[in-house]
Design a protein around this ligand. Structure first.
Ligand SMILES: [Zn+2]
Length: 154
């Protein structure tokens, strides 16, 4: 009977959709690193950073630029950040001393990361760009004093 065949077909479809898929786990001679992937809003830019379950050095900054942006930022070493996609879509903004290099997607405008002025060996990363982040969990993150920047003190 037709309805019975339909049930079977539907059941098979559900089973096959829900079946766990084998995923390739690297080529064997690479050390697997725990990483997480972030993206801008439109998805043109994708970045990857090491991640062991928590972001490091969470902060906001109250300088004239960051206070407008109002992102919660974490730190990674410059060598540890990989731009997976969209390097050509990244725009660079520099101001003041020009030391900090702020990158954002030229398509959707979202800030993804910046090379820090306080420590140019680090990128600040916009944690809101990363998978699984709930920004409400980071309401209490405090501010660095970006108005009286350590680099401006003589
Ligand atoms: Zn974008």
């Amino acid at each position: 009977m037709a309805p019975h065949k339909l049930d079977i077909a539907l059941g098979d479809a559900i089973v096959s959709v829900g079946y766990p898929q084998e995923r390739p786990r690297g080529n064997g001679d690479q050390v697997m690193k725990n990483t997480t992937t972030g993206s801008c809003h439109c998805g043109a830019v994708k970045i990857e950073v090491p991640f062991d379950g928590a972001f490091k050095k969470l902060r906001r900054c109250d300088c004239s630029y960051c206070s407008r942006r109002w992102a919660v930022v974490a730190s990674v070493k410059v060598d540890d950040l990989t731009v997976l996609e969209g390097e050509d879509k990244l725009s660079l903004y520099q101001w003041g001393t020009g030391t900090a290099r702020h990158f954002f997607c030229s398509v959707c405008g979202i800030y993804t990361h910046h090379q820090r002025r306080s420590d140019p060996t680090e990128f600040g990363i916009n944690i809101a760009c990363f998978e699984g982040i709930n920004v409400r969990d980071f309401m209490g993150v405090g501010y660095e004093d970006g108005v009286n920047h350590p680099r401006d003190q003589k």
